[in-house]
Each structure stands twice: as C-alpha cells, then as structure tokens.
Design a protein around this ligand. Structure first.
Ligand code: NAG
Ligand code: NAG
Ligand code: NAG
Length: 411
C-alpha cells in the first residue's frame, strides 16, 4: 500500500526545501536537528502508528543495535534496517554500500540522529505497550523471526542456479516424501544445479515434541528443511513467504532464481530451467499473473479483505501463489519494501503490493499455458508443455512422474 510511500516522499520533499533556510553550516545543522525532532514527533504519534510499527518491537532491537553501531565499519546497513521500521529513520539509513570514505560522514549523521532520539526517548514517558494482535487480516511482520532448523551453508557450497522453495506444514511428511521422489529430486537440469528446500513454521498441540524430534531426524537425513519460529497455519502464510525471502537474501543470494511452489503441484523442471536461461537476470518475477483482480468484499469469502485494511477495489498485478519465479535480487528488495506495506494475510497479493511499492510489475510468462491453477489431467504431451500445474488429491504423482521421465517423444 502507499502508506510508506507517501511518507518517504514527504521526507524527500521536505529535506531539499530546508536548503532555503541554510545560511551557514551551523544554521543547517540546527535546522536538521529541529527537522529530525519534528519528524520524530510526527511519526511517533501512537494513534497514527500502524500495528506493524509497534514501538516495543521498534525500540528493543534498535537499542541493542545502536550500542554495537560503533563497531560497524564495513558492510551494508541492510542488516540494521531489518530492525528499524521507523520511517523517520529512513532519512538517515539507506541501504547502499558503506565505504570507508563515507562511513565517517554516516557515523556523524547517525550520531546526530541518535542524540536527538535519545533526548526524545527521555521526554516520552516509557509506557509499556501491551501486545496488540494485528487482527484477522494482517500478520505479525516485520518481526525478527529466527530459524530453528537451518541450512545456512548449503547454497554457498553447492552454488545452485535455481532454488525450489516449497512451503509445507511440519506434519506433512508425506508431501515432502513425494516431492523428493519426483520433481524435487532433480539436482542437475540442463547442466544447471537445482536445489530444493521445504519451509516450515512451528506446530502446536499434542505430540509437538515428538514431531520436532522427527523433523530434526528428517533434516539430518535430507538437509532440505528450513524451519522458522512462527506458528505454522494458513493465516500465517505471508510470514512464511517473507521469512523465505529473508533466508534467500541472507543464505542463498548466490543463486540466480528462486521459485516458490506449492506442495500439491507438478513441476516440469527442465521446462522451467529452459525458460529461465533466457529470462531477465534482475527485477524479474513471473508466474500466473492475476491482472486487475478484484478485492473480495464478501465476508464469507476465503480471501475476504475489508475496506479499512485495503481500500482500492482491485489489487495490483500479482503472481498467483501456486508457483512463482523470481530473480534473486528481488529477495532483498521485497524484504525492504515490506517495511512500508501493511502485511496482509494473502501471501501472493502481499508480494504484489510489495512489487507495486518497488514499481516492478510481475511479467507474464512467454506462454500462457506454463502455469496452471486448475489441475491439468496428466498426459505426457500436456505436461511437457507446461511448467507447473496443481494436481488433485487422487493423482498418483510418483507414477505420473515415472512415466513422464521415460525416454521417447512426449506428443
Ligand atoms: C558494494 O561493495 C562491494 C565490495 O566493496 C562492491 O563489489 C559492490 O559493487 C558494491 N555495491 C554497490 C551497490 O556499490
Ligand atoms: C564527507 O565529509 C567531507 C567533509 O566533512 C566531504 O569533503 C566529503 O565529500 C564527504 N564524503 C561523502 C561521501 O559524503
Ligand atoms: C502467526 O504467527 C504468530 C507468530 O508465531 C503468532 O503469534 C500468531 O498467533 C499466528 N497466527 C495465527 C492465526 O495462528
């Protein structure tokens, strides 16, 4: 949505205006201090705060980080900005490279900012903010979730061209088994390394401990599980997707492309790799692109979104969640964009909103047949023409896959 956008524009719009008031460097500095203070007060109005800018989450990690800020000397600020969701801070914190030469200047500016904010923190009584649920239609994101099961080095070691990311419920071992024994088992396709990972959250309820032990065992065996510490449920899919993008950015940016693909699908991996070998290398997202999709306003609908959460009648173009492909550079960009866009629970729509924020529309694939949201009945010929299709629960995917892999003509 445009909440963040308009605020950024306001920041950008106000700063140049201040030049008119600069008669000397001292005036300038003073003006900057006042401006920062004004902006800070403006954006700290509790009533104006979106739920995702919960001050508890803002300040606790930020304070911790600020103490270590002095030791930051080479690297990017993106790690920091992960914790800083406060819009007035974006005036100072950009995500560009910090080089040795501009670091000193940066530090000076940040020191000014932190002096001002420290003073302001003292004037605002530190009232503990009670936990506030984001409500039915938003999810708790951004939030510093962490991984319980991880594969931090796998990409570094295997240098995949393409990573397949499959969201699946922790207990759904059967789906994982099928995928590993069908399209997920393809590790070298047309000379390119392909890597598979499953994305899991936490389960609650009976037998959790036992399940967790089984997962650890499964992870030891296959090295393809990524489990983060949010509650795994349908309403939390947006969290799963965003955690996936964070992981791709921090542990797999060496890959060229990632595909998020649902666990009940058939994936024609060679066709996908073929399409990607002539695809754009950056700012690229494709899949089954929904164009001018209406926002569902019927409270009975599975994907109901009320006007106060999202007011336009249509969503921006977005790639349907069954399977979408993105160039790896987008992982970081989408994570950054998510700090300005309210995290609604419909994961594919949410990515569409983040893409809109970035000004990068998802593109339609070279052939409209490539991504199928309604199950296509298996035949060698039909499946050789598509990249991904959902399957119904009666399909024997292992049998179909074996048939599909047989040599010989498809049609
Ligand atoms: C960031 O720094 C690295 C190494 O210092 C350099 O290779 C890279 O091109 C820089 N990126 C940008 C966006 O300046
Ligand atoms: C840093 O500040 C110095 C003066 O204090 C200025 O000459 C230099 O251009 C600045 N560097 C950057 C990268 O802004
Ligand atoms: C989504 O995950 C968060 C973090 O674990 C949790 O607090 C919340 O209750 C979950 N949402 C639902 C609907 O279960």
């Amino acid at each position: 949505m445009t909440v963040g956008q308009s605020q950024v524009m306001m920041d950008d719009g106000k700063v140049p205006e201040s030049r008119r008031w600069c008669f000397s460097r001292r005036h300038c500095l003073f003006f900057l201090l006042v401006l920062t203070a004004v902006l800070f007060f403006y954006f700290t109005d509790i009533n104006q705060m979106a739920t995702d800018w919960n001050p508890v989450k803002l300040w606790i990690p930020f304070k911790d980080h600020r103490q270590t800020f002095g030791s930051l000397n080479n690297g990017t600020l993106s790690d920091l900005s992960k914790f800083i969701t406060h819009p007035s801070m974006t005036v100072f914190l950009q995500t560009e490279n910090i080089t040795a030469t501009n670091m000193a200047n940066r530090t000076a500016m940040t020191t000014i900012a932190s002096v001002v904010t420290q003073q302001l923190v003292q004037t605002i009584p530190p009232s503990p903010v009670p936990y506030k649920s984001p409500g039915l239609y938003l999810v708790e994101y951004p939030y510093p979730y962490s991984f319980v099961i991880n594969e931090p080095m796998t990409c570094e070691q295997q240098k995949p061209f393409l990573v397949l990311m499959v969201p699946v419920a922790p207990h759904n071992r059967a789906h994982r088994h099928i995928i590993r024994n069908t399209w997920g088992g393809e590790s070298l396709v047309l000379g390119k390394v392909v890597k598979l990972f499953f994305l899991l959250g936490l389960q609650t309820g009976e037998g959790v401990q036992q399940l967790q032990e089984q997962l650890l065992q499964e992870s030891k065996e296959h090295h393809d599980l990524l489990q983060s510490d949010f509650l795994d449920c349908y309403k939390n899919l947006t969290i799963k997707t965003m955690v996936m993008l964070e992981w791709l950015d921090s542990h797999c940016s060496i890959a060229s492309y990632a595909m998020k693909i649902d666990s009940d699908t058939f994936l024609n991996v060679p066709k996908l790799v073929g399409m990607l070998s002539s695809a754009p290398k950056t700012n690229y997202m494709t899949g089954l692109v929904a164009v001018n999709a209406a926002v569902l306003r019927d409270p009975q609908s599975k994907w109901f979104v009320p006007v106060d959460i999202y007011s336009p009648q249509m969503y921006p173009h977005y790639a349907l969640g069954l399977g979408y492909v993105l160039s790896l550079d987008l992982a970081k960009k989408l994570v950054l964009a998510s700090k300005h866009v309210k995290a609604i629970y419909i994961e594919d729509v949410y990515l569409g909103l983040c893409m809109q924020h970035l000004g990068i529309p998802p593109v339609v694939p070279p052939n409209w047949e490539y991504f199928q949201v309604f199950p296509v009945k298996y035949s060698r010929c039909a499946y050789s023409r598509l990249i991904a299709t959902t399957t119904d629960k009666y399909t024997d995917r292992v049998k179909d896959w074996k048939d599909f892999k047989n040599p010989g003509p498809y049609c």
